[in-house]
Design a protein. Sequence first.
Length: 135
Amino acid sequence: MVLVLCVFTACHRTPPEQQIRHASDSAAVAARANDTSGVLAVVGDDFTSNNGELDRRGLRQLLALRALRQDRTGVLVGPVSFERKGDRIIAKFNLVLTGGKPGDLLPDQSAIYAMVTAWRREDGEWVCYNAAWAR
């Protein structure tokens, strides 16, 4: 019985794509809540974006500024497509940011970004080490 249970649990590993989707969703929830550490939990120490325009330190500062301003930007992650590159995975999706005043029925501003993120495993967890986006 123990052997059957071990075989079943070994076959029931969560696929990497699902783990990355979960990490992306967790970061989006953290961003909505202005939880800087929650967003940075899925970002590698050597994170860069848009050809070096923003690194992990810059991302932390941007998120801290949003939290200080009590920003209420909505964050929606669209369907994600995945592409394996050896032991790394590229995830592509649309990110919708919405803004408005609390209590407004519809946002007064919105923007859609095409996102390309690169992920690798570190200490058993998938982390984003690069991101690029275009409006």
